[in-house]
Design a protein around this ligand. Structure first.
Ligand code: ZN
Length: 312
């Protein structure tokens, strides 16, 4: 048995994972407002204890603890150099958890972990070259080439969301303009629609969202686009075009056999993946498209937990 932990921006989930990559038990706790390292570390220790106890496994039968966390992780020490969600710098989480439990502990970037999980346990058949694109509030990605997760020289490779599609484009949270994420990340898309509604736009989107700007999500925007809403037609059309362009660039660069798409925006929309795939097929080089498939992830929000539990 292994334990996988996924530290997100709003919640921490720990799961007991068996040797077949199935999460047999899962517990979660909210991150809350106070995000100091010591407090959250305590929560993680508590979750791991609960999962082990309720799953009926003693500490000495746990093979490994894997932790998935957004941000940059130092090569070798696996210290969290910077976590944008939690504001941590140089957090020695791997060392602290390993020392506390006396169990081998491994830390991995959350989207790398999710890609690894989908690669190893989600795909129908084993493949050697895949790209994972996860679209939630932002965009994260992972790259597996020749069966190896790509970490890059300083362990911060695979930042698919910040490839620049237009240097004069929308402002990105990373400080640049025109990143893939700034065009296709869920929170950026919703914010563009929300802004127009605040400025007085009323269309089908206003009804679909029930007049609730806080509850607005990309599923609403896609639906409004399908029903002929002007604003959403324009904004969603742009999302599809840029997503297809981003996918085409990645496919040309890395020549994967499978592109795995995951994250809340992918699971919360009906046609996005198929529509973007068509654009990708128009833009990518023919040679890069040969034998390529685009699939939705099969592990859902357990991908990072499962991946973290097995990646090394
Ligand atoms: Zn960026």
């Amino acid at each position: 048995m292994r334990i996988g932990v996924d530290i997100g921006g709003t919640k921490i989930i720990a799961g007991l994972v068996d040797d077949s990559g199935t999460v047999v038990l899962k517990k979660r706790t909210p991150v809350g407002q106070k995000r100091e390292y010591e407090r959250i570390k305590k929560d993680i220790v508590g979750l791991i204890n609960t999962v082990a106890k309720e799953g009926g496994v003693s500490e000495n039968t746990i093979e490994k603890i894997g932790i998935a966390c957004a941000g940059q992780i130092e090569k070798g020490t696996q210290k969290i150099l910077f976590s944008p969600n939690l504001g941590w710098r140089n957090a020695p989480l791997k060392r602290d958890i390993e020392t506390h439990f006396g169990i081998k502990t491994f830390l991995e970037n959350d989207v790398n972990a999710a890609t690894y999980g989908e690669w190893r346990f989600g795909l129908k058949e084993a493949k050697k070259d895949i790209i994972g694109i996860f679209i939630g509030t932002g965009i994260g990605g992972g790259i597996i080439t020749n069966g190896m997760l790509c970490h890059g020289f300083s362990n911060v490779g695979g930042e698919v969301g910040h490839i620049i599609l237009n240097p004069y484009g929308y402002r990105c949270n990373c400080g640049n303009h025109g990143c893939f994420e700034a065009y296709c990340g869920g929170s950026y898309i919703v914010e563009r629609v929300r802004q127009s509604i605040k400025e007085g736009y009323r269309g089908r989107i206003w009804e679909i969202a029930g007049g609730d700007l806080n509850g607005l999500h990309t599923g609403h925007i896609e639906e409004a686009h399908m029903l002929g809403d002007d604003l959403c037609g324009r904004i969603w059309g742009e999302v599809i075009e840029y997503l297809g362009a981003g996918m085409a660039s990645l496919v040309n660069l890395l020549n994967p056999e499978v592109v795995v798409m995951g994250g809340g925006v992918v699971y919360g929309t009906k046609y996005l993946v198929d529509d973007a795939k068509k654009v990708m097929e128009e833009k990518a080089m023919k040679a890069s498209l040969k034998g390529l498939s685009v699939e939705k992830g099969r592990l859902g929000d357990e991908a990072a937990i499962i991946g973290a539990a097995f990646v090394e």
